[in-house]
Design a protein around this ligand. Structure first.
Ligand code: 3HC
Ligand code: NAI
Length: 693
């Protein structure tokens, strides 16, 4: 049983004990109902306290149970809540650490609530594509008021218990020992005549509820176009306000049942578990001892080095920043300060914090100053010769056990590790630009990288709020290796009949944050050009449309040169279709003897997304990624793949691999078909009606 029952001073203490977060799975629900019944029958018991063991009061419904028979099995959460509400002996819920989702809904059904300071209180269901399904949309507005509740429910964001101390949610805040105080509170409550108060009986007071709800609905609808849940939250709240508690509750239930089946909810739950799964490496046990990282050094204060340093400064970790020349160092420092000043202007940072962060930087030109660093991240020019110089020097100065990381995006990490006499300490930390903003961190595992180095970096990634995904060594790692095939298709479609704006529009309509051409213009078209030049040497057989080379030959590198696939007005970022580029594309097709055809948006989306999927399948089969959800996390957090579609591999699963394989085989028979060699693993999964995830 996932619940403990004990008695103290005539009070029954029901303690949820279902690690890690006291999820309200079947056995926890059963335990609560039985505990309340046992207390009811025991004449020596005057009151009940419900609390949670370990690191949470409760993280809510057990998400792993969704869409399984256990989720529907009685006692349901609804039954648990009714049991608590109907208890004639007063029930006090003692909240600490976390009360989320069904956990908070359970608390709201009790007669009284007492909270420890610092507890995270939330109804985060929208983040999983659902709405609170156990009365949250009805009880929270009655507890803390319509506006505050609507904000919490629609955002899903946690609020600290301290901030809710006077909101009406809690009857008391614990001052020292939560359980002692909850028991004392319960004993006093038992002395009062019943019935004890229920949140459901409170009134919702608002001067203009109808106007507020209408306004909220419009705003929420506009802000959450591809997510059905937030608007349903508003509708459920509105139903309760207009038609009363019971009608609202029934409506909420119906919405929950509908939303939990939606593809958006499946995708969001996939992302929730995918994020957590990414931190687990199959052959690195979870208890692996980690190295202490108290001081970090970053080499190179350019675009990446500065952003990388900021991550650690934000987490309070001192950073030694090394450059070759004083002016480069000064420039790097000035950029970091400027970035913080932007945050200051936006009100996201105080002047005090800004200075505190800047004070954590120790700028230097000398490698001798790196001797104390526990982790050194190299972000110098992308040339193997330069990396060689740096890593040989690091090998001389770094202390034993220091982790040596490279931010290389294309070079062979094993070669870099071999420049040192300690390849076990070398790892790739591939940040994405801007490194202080982008969530993704590819952790590149070399052939000799030690397990504790990986475990340390994965743990550190959490501290600096990155989603870390382990990748094996290959050209481009997971993300860029896949994007190359996507770009390749985009370029082929240009020569076959599409124009940049059409391709971008089609894939942006699918949900990508940015289409391939706007993205290239932002990142710099010269980056891809450099990679292609290398490909032409290394893999002369690999066919590529030369259309992008022609663009680069004309100096159109993108936003930084004021012109790329699109035109840009000085100082503006809006991408304006370029007649010159369009003419260049038509001329290219003409010269190549290609009869241009109209390409449908559906084809554009299929070719771009399936190019990712096909390469992803190869990456999985080669063991570069250890699970399909890792690939999805790379694309969701680093490449703007639409979250509500769950990532390319998950999306392929939802389309059906049979259909994906059939489409790929079809494209393989058409122009530029040699780019479509179906991944054998994808073909096999399609045959056996399997899925990646
Ligand atoms: N159900 C099942 N497992 C859960 C869970 C839940 N509600 N919440 C967390 N877990 C699991 C995680 O998957 C993870 O498992 P793992 O160790 O095997 O990877 C483990 O608990 C620890 O999770 P975190 O790594 O996220 O731990 P943190 O301490 O960083 O955070 C937390 C704890 C704040 C509770 C965070 O896990 C969280 O936000 N959980 C989701 C909470 C949520 O969405 N609740 C609503 C559920 S839906 C609901 O209640 C429906 C109801 O309205 C009917
Ligand atoms: P950058 O040119 O902006 O910065 C490189 C910095 O390193 C310069 O300030 C230079 O003075 C300094 N430097 C060069 N050699 C040095 C040495 N021997 N010792 C100390 N400092 C030295 O380059 P950027 O874009 O920051 O790239 C750095 C690394 O990050 C490269 O390996 C690149 O492939 C990788 N990367 C770049 C991304 C991007 O979007 N720019 C994304 C992910 C990785």
């Amino acid at each position: 049983m996932a619940v403990d029952y004990s008695i103290r001073d005539g009070v029954a203490v029901i303690t949820l004990n279902n690690p890690p977060v006291n999820g309200l799975g079947l056995s926890t629900r059963t335990g609560i109902v039985e505990g309340v019944a046992r207390a009811a029958q025991d004449p020596a018991i005057t009151a009940i306290v419900i609390t949670g063991a370990g690191k949470a009061f409760s993280g809510g419904a057990d998400i792993t149970e969704f869409n399984t028979p256990a989720a529907l099995q009685e006692p349901s959460l609804d039954t648990v809540i009714k049991t608590v509400e109907q208890s004639t002996k007063p029930v006090v819920v003692a909240i600490h650490s976390v009360a989320m989702g069904g956990g908070l809904e359970l608390a709201l059904s009790a007669h009284y609530r007492i909270a420890a300071p610092g507890a995270q209180i939330a109804l985060p269901e929208v983040k999983l594509g659902i709405l609170p399904g156990a009365g949250g949309t009805q009880r929270l507005p009655r507890a803390i008021g319509l506006e505050a509740a609507l904000n919490m429910i629609v955002s899903g964001a946690p609020v600290l218990s301290d901030k809710l101390a006077t909101s009406g949610l809690f009857d008391a805040m614990a001052k020292s020992d939560l359980l002692d105080e909850a028991i004392a509170f319960a004993r006093k409550a038992a002395d009062k005549p019943g019935p004890h108060p229920l949140v459901r009986d409170r009134k919702i007071e608002h001067p203009n509820a109808e106007g507020f709800l209408q306004f909220s609905r419009n705003t929420v609808a506009a802000m959450s176009k591809n997510y059905p849940a937030p608007v349903k939250c508003v509708d459920a709240i509105a139903m309760g306000v207009k038609q009363g508690f019971d009608v609202g509750l029934a409506f909420e239930r119906a919405c929950f049942v509908e939303l939990v089946q939606t593809p958006e909810s499946h995708a969001l739950r996939h992302a929730f578990f995918g994020e957590r799964a990414a931190s687990k490496i199959p052959d690195v046990p979870s208890g692996t001892a980690v190295r202490e990282i108290a001081e970090v050094a970053v080499i190179g204060a350019g675009t990446m080095g500065g952003g990388i340093a900021m991550n650690f400064l934000n987490a309070g970790i001192p950073v030694t920043l090394l450059e070759m020349k004083q002016d480069a160092l000064d420039r790097g420092l000035a950029t970091i300060r400027k970035n913080y000043e932007v945050q200051l202007k936006k009100g996201k940072l105080t002047a005090e914090k800004l200075e505190a962060r800047m004070a954590l930087i120790r700028p230097t030109l000398s490698y001798d100053d790196l001797a104390k660093a526990d982790l050194i991240i190299e972000a110098v020019f992308e040339e193997l010769g330069v990396k060689e110089q740096v890593f040989k020097r690091l090998d001389e100065v770094a202390k034993a056990g220091a982790i040596l990381a490279s931010n290389t995006s294309t070079l062979d990490l094993n070669k870099i590790a071999a420049f040192t006499k300690r390849p076990q300490d070398v790892v790739g930390m591939h940040f994405f630009s801007p490194a202080n903003v982008m969530k993704l961190l590819e952790v590149v595992r070399g052939k000799d990288t030690a397990k504790d180095v990986l475990a340390t970096v994965m743990q550190l990634a959490k501290k600096i709020r990155k989603t870390a995904v382990v990748s094996g060594v290959c050209d481009g790692f997971i993300g860029n290796r896949m994007i190359e095939q996507y770009i390749r298709q985009a370029l082929y479609m240009l020569e076959e009949g599409a124009l940049p704006a059409q391709i971008d529009r089609a894939i942006e309509k699918f949900g990508f944050a940015m289409g391939p051409f706007r993205m290239s213009d932002l990142a710099g078209n010269d980056i891809g050009w450099a990679i292609r030049k290398r490909r032409y040497q290394e893999q002369p057989d690999l066919k590529y449309s030369q259309i992008a080379d022609r663009l680069c030959e004309s100096g159109r590198f993108g936003q930084k040169t004021g012109a790329g696939w699109y035109d840009y007005k000085p100082g503006e970022r809006a991408a304006l279709p370029s007649a010159l580029v369009d003419d260049m594309i038509l001329a290219y097709s003409n010269e190549a003897g290609i009869t241009r055809r109209k390409i449908r948006d559906e084809e554009i989306v299929e070719r771009l997304v399936y190019a990712l999927v096909n390469e992803g399948a190869k990456i999985l089969a080669e063991g570069i990624a250890s699970k399909a959800s890792d690939i999805d996390m790379v694309y969701l957090t680093g490449y703007g793949f639409p979250l509500w579609r769950g990532g390319p591999m998950f999306y392929a699963d939802t389309v059906g691999l049979y259909n994906v394989a059939r489409a790929i085989r079809g494209y393989a028979r058409e122009a530029n078909g040699d780019a479509w060699q179906i991944a054998p693993s994808l073909a096999a999964l399609a045959d056996e009606h399997g899925t990646f995830n």
